[in-house]
Design a protein around this ligand. Structure first.
Ligand code: DCS
Length: 438
């Protein structure tokens, strides 16, 4: 067994295309200037000048007027708010310099794939079923997706020995495994990983020198009494591993949770366990798009620093949050009950995220009819269902290889819509089964 204690991700081992270019408009001199600016802010009078005059970037606001100073300080304070929120959540420190604010999680995930993937010989461990942004991004950046299975029978948890054999098989075929994607709580599978599973993942990735890409977008969508969200960083630190021993990138976004602000495009990634040289390269890459949108930046900082007891907005905020969360749970329960009662349908417990992922055991003649139409059985079923006005996503869109039939149904339509949908779904399903029952 390989035992790699040195960080596998260094400036020498990231995608060298990232290093081949420079981006001086936001380069070293600017970062130096920002440090000086911070110094002026923290210790007024400590430098022989009172302000930085930025003439480096073609940003109209920067030319001849002060807003850029405010803007730069503003951004730092937003990153501070995010870092403070993470520290309060986890009980372990987080620093603003490890936070990159992003236009939603998608851009952050793409950026990390760009950094990690050098060629098709670089593999990224990715769950199946998965959220297909991952497979898409890995393909677009020229890498190889190395799938590992989530097990439906164990509540969509994972068997770490199976992940290990996926890694070993991939290595034997010449791939270098760069990272392991973990989506927790899961999309499309809706599970919250057990602490044991999370600890196993941390141990595994540490031993193998693999970066954990922790998709933690649904951290506030946990609905089960006996499980709670734990960030991978918290799990690693609780096991006693510091930033020198394991590399973790955590993604979060304003798109999910009880806030659900997809269109605002706010998010962050917290990068732990990478050297300053790698952080410099990520900073350069992020600078190619100049700046994430400021409204999204403010929003993600508010998500991580919501009103506290004693704040004016606290009562209304808590009431709205509670109303949203309890309604989501109610909708999930209604749907879960409906799916579970259908012939040939089973549905794992709903623990988190925003999705139910029921399994379909379709009659052989339905499978034959799908074959005739040259589509997967789940696509056949979902297509027929759409004729009743109910739209769900076929499971083969999240897992094209298992050959099992599922569909993903969000719990998001309003309670009245969910209530109205259930009898329609039942009528459709019964008619479908009657039609294809041999
Ligand atoms: N990661 C996961 C697991 C997601 O579910 C999503 C969005 C993203 C990343 C990207 O989110 P951003 O909006 O922050 O870029 N989920 C989509 C989904 O499954 N249906 O619609 C949204």
């Amino acid at each position: 067994m390989s035992y790699n204690k040195t960080p596998s991700i260094t400036a020498e081992t990231i995608n060298q295309k990232v290093r081949m270019f420079t981006y001086e408009p936001c380069g070293g001199i600017v970062r130096h200037a920002q440090r000086l600016e911070q110094e002026i802010y923290e210790n007024p009078g400590s430098l022989p000048f009172q302000e930085i005059i930025y003439c480096n970037l073609g940003n109209p606001q920067a030319l001849g007027q002060r807003p850029i100073k405010f803007f730069r300080e503003g951004v730092r304070s937003l990153r501070e708010a995010v870092a403070d929120g993470i520290a309060a959540r986890d009980g372990f420190p987080s620093i603003p310099d490890s936070i990159f604010l992003t236009d939603g999680a998608s851009s952050a995930i793409n950026m990390m794939m760009q950094i990690l993937i050098r060629s098709h010989e670089d593999g990224i461990l990715c769950p199946l079923p998965e959220y297909p942004l991952y497979s898409g991004s890995i393909i677009l950046h020229g890498g190889t997706m190395v799938p590992y299975n989530l097990t439906e029978d164990s509540g969509w948890g994972l068997e770490i020995f199976e992940v290990k054999s996926c890694l070993e098989e991939a290595r034997a075929s010449g791939l270098t495994i760069r990272a392991m994607v973990v989506i927790n709580p899961g999309n499309p599978t809706g599970q919250v990983l057990s602490m044991t599973n999370q600890e196993e993942i941390v141990e595994f990735c540490r031993k193998e020198g693999v970066v954990i890409l922790a998709d933690e977008l649904y951290q506030e969508n946990v609905y089960t009494e006996n499980k709670r969200f734990n960030s991978f960083k918290k799990v690693a630190r609780s096991l006693g591993y510091d930033h020198k021993e394991i590399s973790i990138v955590s993604f979060h976004s304003v798109s999910m949770g009880y806030y659900g602000e997809c269109g605002r495009r706010g998010g962050y990634m917290e990068i732990c366990g990478f050297g300053a040289d790698v952080i410099d390269e990520i900073y350069k890459l992020a600078s190619l798009t100049i700046s994430p949108n400021i409204a999204g930046q403010i929003l993600i900082s508010l998500v991580m620093d919501p009103p506290k007891l004693g704040d004016g907005a606290f009562e209304i905020f808590m009431a709205e949050k509670e109303e949203t969360c309890s309604s989501l749970l109610k909708r999930a329960k209604t749907l879960h009950k409906a799916f579970s009662s259908l012939e040939g349908v089973s549905c794992n417990k709903f623990e988190g995220a925003m999705y139910l992922y029921p399994r379909l055991q379709l009659p052989p003649s339905a499978i034959k009819a799908a074959e005739k139409e040259r589509v997967n059985p789940d696509v056949f079923y979902v297509h027929r269902l759409s004729a009743t006005g109910i739209v769900v996503v076929p499971g083969s869109g999240f897992d094209p290889v298992s050959g099992k039939s599922h569909f993903r149904c969000t719990i998001l339509p309003g309670e009245d819509k969910i209530t109205a949908m259930v009898p329609r779904l039942r009528a459709f399903h019964e008619a479908f089964m009657d039609e294809f029952r041999s």
